[in-house]
Design a protein around this ligand. Structure first.
Ligand code: MFK
Length: 616
């Protein structure tokens, strides 16, 4: 092998010539000597002339057939499509670059002022501030509370969020908590009207974002026993909070909602959930100093690097009591409903984005003599991603629709029950889908999907958090059980009758028959399982919780796909999607039960398997 270095001014080109493997040499030549190599590959350039085409991001509204069809069906004649098309253009031309800058210029913690005085400040980049302004102007939170579209206001707002999310550098995180805080205040009867107005304004100068500080060092799932923060009542009726918050997201927020235990005159607190109350605090004073808060450090995370996530010591933070004393968890649950729905929207949006880029790339990338889009195996993989994305989209929009109807006071009892049941189901299931679909999507770019500055890896990193924050998959599966127990099974009855009704129009379509048959069988099996499970010990129910939640998700998504495919303007593609979705095991809780997975001896076997080889 010979390596030759040629010089012309500052230009240096390295030429790797595979002449001989037996000896290598380095020589310096002038360009004129190289003229004889004009036709040699790589002779004039360091890297040759072939470059891979990058996938182009185009208007996410116009390229999304299902979103457009869904809106045409439900929100047709109200100028919504034009507005979303305009916003989609803004996402591509403006938001995308801002989001990318937030990834490249992550927040930093400044602890001291130039004269050595402790003064914690979280510094975020200009792009983050710009996204805040855009969010306010576009009414990304406000639209939900203006209720311009009545029952459909949430669908409208979340359609916008869905377009915004994959480009927005995780600005959806503060927006989720802001929306959640507004929802809590509204539900509690407006005890903090001024804060509510700021959270829901379109005026960027007045717009506030909110945090949601729930997680402490003892853990984020078991909030009732893990919360150590205490609240000491002051003479003016306000409280001073003392505690340590272990994860606080988007800590640059203007205000926050947080949980603490009110102390009695002897300094004692009530343990458990009954001892927790909900507080509202402004995070920063008017001079920019913090409200009795020390920022211990910013977290070093796998993804969501755009978002300042901090550990906070609350050392006398002034706060006002928002809920009744002891009703903290029940009150903040309204916020969790909203943030879990945002999580769902962001999960689907991430899936849609990767599918968008993957299919675009497949039209440009040629391999083995033809474009990727002409390789049937590659297209099969993309179509499976598309099926997952469509099912997730319809479930997400249905949950948003239910939320909108509840907020517009038009929800029936069945719809209210369904919202309670399907919020955790949608959150947990779409989060898992997002990780899987985005991971598959990265693979569709080959090695380029693994290269940082393509921007692709950050989509996967950011998707990974979706199954963790706002409750892990298992915590949410237990929340599904909680909703069943609390309603004495009424949520399941609502589920069953809703699915049955949705399937009726599909009866007149021969093309949909195989999917309809599978879905009806799955629903019947699921309901039989639930009836039998009521007689089982609580431990067995808990063991089946995840598979039960997955079954509810798959059956409901199937029903929504069939419903959509039965619409008068449905396409062959809609029918095909429903058929493909119903190909799978729609009811894993029943198949796992049949395999003995929830039997009493299973826990011991699982434990023996997991700890095999480890001395306990
Ligand atoms: C892109 C998206 C961006 C999102 C960004 C957000 C960033 C923020 C990051 C975070 O903060 S992540 C941390 C989020 N933390 C969690 O999600 C907590 C996870 N743990 C749970 O959800 C537990 O299940 C829970 C804390 C709720 C358990 O608490 P408890 O006290 O053991 O619950 P309990 O005793 O069963 O219920 C207390 C009350 O709350 C009951 O009301 P009642 O007193 O009236 O009976 C319950 O019905 C009610 N409740 C609980 N969960 C509910 C609920 N109500 C409605 N919906 C729910 N999901």
């Amino acid at each position: 092998m010979a390596v030759r270095v040629c010089c012309r001014g500052n230009r240096v080109a390295l030429h790797m010539l595979s002449r001989s493997l037996s000896h290598s040499s380095v020589s310096v030549e002038t360009l004129s000597e190289l003229d004889s190599h004009t036709h040699t590959p790589f002779s004039r350039s360091a890297i040759g002339t072939f470059f891979q085409e990058r996938p182009l991001l185009t208007n996410p509204f116009t390229q999304d057939a299902l979103l457009r069809a869904y809106l045409q069906r439900h929100l047709a004649e109200r100028g919504v499509q034009e507005e979303l098309e305009r916003f989609g253009e803004r996402v591509v031309c403006e938001v995308e670059a801002l989001g990318r800058r937030c990834e490249l210029e992550p927040p930093v913690l400044q602890r001291y002022d130039p004269w050595g005085r402790r003064r914690d400040r979280i510094l975020t980049c200009d792009a983050w501030a710009h996204l805040r302004r855009i969010s306010a102007h576009e009414g990304l939170v406000a639209a939900a509370y203006e209720r311009t579209y009545g029952d459909w206001s949430r669908v409208y707002q979340m359609s916008k969020m869905y377009l915004f999310a994959p480009s927005a550098g995780l600005y959806t995180c503060p927006l989720a908590m802001t929306d959640g805080a507004a929802k809590v205040i509204e539900t509690l009867g407006m005890p903090a009207r001024k804060a509510f107005e700021r959270l829901t304004t379109r005026d960027d100068k007045r717009f506030w974002t909110s945090g949601q500080w729930m997680t402490e060092r003892r853990g984020g799932s078991d909030v009732s026993s893990g919360t150590e923060t205490v609240a000491k009542r002051q003479q003016d009726g306000w409280f001073k909070l003392y505690g340590f918050k272990w994860f606080t997201s988007a800590t640059d927020a203007d205000m926050t909602l947080t949980l603490a235990r009110v102390t009695d005159e002897n300094g004692r607190t009530t343990p458990g959930s009954r001892g927790l109350s909900l507080f509202l605090a402004e995070v920063w004073d008017s001079d920019g100093s913090s409200n009795g808060i020390e920022v211990q450090r910013l977290k070093d995370k796998l993804g969501t690097r755009q978002v300042p996530t901090a550990e906070l010591l609350l050392d006398g933070m002034n706060a006002r009591l928002l809920s009744e004393e002891g009703r903290g968890v029940a009150s903040i649950a309204n916020m969790l409903t909203i943030t879990r729905i945002y999580n769902t929207v962001c999960a689907v949006a991430a899936m849609r984005r990767i599918v968008h880029l993957s299919r675009e790339y497949a039209c440009k990338r040629s391999v083995f003599g033809k474009l990727l889009k002409d390789h049937a195996l590659h297209v099969q993989t993309l179509s499976r991603m598309e099926v997952e994305t469509r099912a997730a989209f319809l479930l997400t929009m249905e949950v948003c629709r239910l939320l909108g109807r509840e907020e517009n006071r038009s929800a029936s009892e069945r719809e209210t029950l369904l919202l309670r049941l399907m919020t955790p189901v949608a959150k947990l299931y779409t989060a898992k889908q997002a990780v899987s679909v985005v991971s598959e999507g990265l693979e569709s770019f080959g090695g380029q999907g693994y290269i940082e500055d393509t921007g692709l890896p950050s989509i996967l990193r950011d998707a990974q958090v979706l199954s963790i924050w706002e409750g892990t998959t298992n915590v949410l599966s237990l929340d599904v059980l909680r909703s069943i127990a609390k309603s004495s099974g009424l949520v399941l009855q609502a589920f069953c009758s809703d699915v049955q009704e949705r399937l009726l129009p599909a009866e007149s379509s021969p093309a949909l028959r195989p999917a309809l048959t599978s879905l009806r069988a799955a629903l019947a099996a699921l309901m039989r399982f639930c009836e039998a499970a009521a007689a089982r010990p609580a431990g067995a129910m808990e063991l089946s919780a995840r598979d039960l939640a997955y079954s509810l998700a798959r059956v409901y998504m199937g029903a929504l796909l069939l419903d959509h495919a039965s619409w008068e303007h449905a396409t062959h593609t809609d029918v095909y999607t429903a058929l493909r979705w119903c190909d799978q095991d729609l009811c894993p809780v029943v198949s796992r039960d049949a395999a003995g997975c929830f039997d009493s001896q299973t826990t011991a076997m699982d434990s023996a398997l997991v700890y095999d080889g480890l001395k306990l």
